[in-house]
Design a protein around this ligand. Structure first.
Ligand code: GN1
Ligand code: MG
Length: 339
């Protein structure tokens, strides 16, 4: 990585890889000029890394001008002014490391409120930003109809043994297909709006900091999937990680329990900034947001398992199946507790 460090003009003291996220590789680089986050962009998934680069810079410029106090992960330019480097078939970019930490799961309900508020704030501060100037970094990323279609193909063309052993999960997902129709109705409705949407609002994508002994969410990170989208994507994805004490990797289904108190905090947190922007129709779809995203993630994990883990990969045999069963249980618990 020496060549990359040289492009930034860094004198590197140490490098540490962070094992977070399923898609990109991330490193903390300690240099003479401070700490940076260096990341490779997974171009097998993000086919056009320049689109991400464009979006983050466009939003960054807007915020510098219109909301200079907003804490944002601006991209760092190399010595020759580039914010994305193509090197040996890989794409690299860097951010200044913000002083803070992230969580992989929550330990207190107030963290749900704090994190949800930051994602609401992100969309709200960018509300005057022209969404159609944003590039689509992953076409149809949260298109539930397409995800269902991909799932339907996988149960026909996928790994035969895996299809056979996943019968119960397949049946469950098929029996909840009405969620796809609800999604179609939601996006077609005249009171649903497209806004600048993060599309990956899991708890580890929020930075926290202790400010005067109070754990406070300070900003959102991981902006690769920032695109025009619906609020159900962001609120829904929060439900996957904010409401339950364990992560999507948990194998013991008994530990998957929803805490109602966290749901209220999540909702209030998001509405802190978004109450006046959302229509009544949208506010009536908060519960649907959770169902939509948990269901979509279960579909995506199972589709990938049936397709031999070609998208997410797997650290052990059956990992994407474990994640599927986990999300199915989460959806069941969510339906019981929230509705
Ligand atoms: C992926 O790489 P990461 O962890 O930020 C995925 C999300 C999933 C998540 C599940 C581009 O995000 O949609 O919710 O894994 N991102 C992409 O852990 O597919
Ligand atoms: Mg991500």
């Amino acid at each position: 990585m020496e060549s990359i460090f040289n492009k930034y003009g860094w004198m590197v003291l140490s490098v540490q890889q962070l094992h977070q996220g399923l898609i990109n590789a991330t490193f903390i680089v300690n240099t003479n000029e401070g700490d940076f986050i260096l990341q490779t962009v997974n171009h097998h998934i993000f086919k056009d890394p320049y689109a991400i680069d464009f979006n983050i810079n466009a939003i960054g410029h807007y915020l510098k001008k219109e909301a200079p106090d907003y804490l944002f992960t601006h991209l760092i330019p190399t010595k020759d002014g580039k914010t994305l480097i193509e090197w040996e078939g890989k794409f690299f970019r860097a951010f200044k490391k913000i002083d803070g930490y992230s969580l992989s799961f929550l330990t207190t309900p107030i963290q749900a409120k704090e994190a949800a508020a930051q994602f609401g704030f992100f969309t709200q501060v960018l509300s005057p930003f022209k969404i159609d100037t944003l590039k689509i970094t992953l076409p149809d990323f949260h298109n539930l109809s397409l995800r269902y279609h991909q799932f339907s193909k996988a149960i026909i063309n996928g790994n035969v043994n895996r299809i056979e052993s996943s019968k119960e999960a397949i049946l469950f997902l098929q029996s909840n297909q009405q969620l796809v129709n609800q999604f179609e109705k939601f996006i077609a409705h005249s009171d649903s709006s497209l806004r600048v949407t993060h599309h990956d609002t899991k708890i580890s994508n929020v930075l926290f900091k202790n400010i005067k002994d109070v754990e406070t969410a300070i900003c959102v990170i991981d902006l690769d999937t920032v695109m025009p989208g619906y609020f159900i994507s962001d609120v829904g994805d929060m439900c996957r990680t904010y409401l339950c004490k364990v992560t999507e990797e948990e194998k013991d289904l008994n530990l998957i329990q929803i805490e109602k108190g966290r749901w209220d905090k999540l909702k209030n947190g998001y509405l802190t900034y978004m109450r006046s922007a959302l229509s009544n129709f949208e506010i009536d779809h908060f519960e649907f947001a959770g169902q939509f995203m948990i269901y979509m993630q279960a579909l995506r994990f199972l589709t990938d398992y049936l397709n031999n883990d070609m998208y997410y990969g797997a650290k052990y045999e059956g990992q994407n199946y474990v994640r599927t069963i986990n999300q199915i249980e989460l959806l069941k618990q969510f339906n019981e507790t929230i509705n």
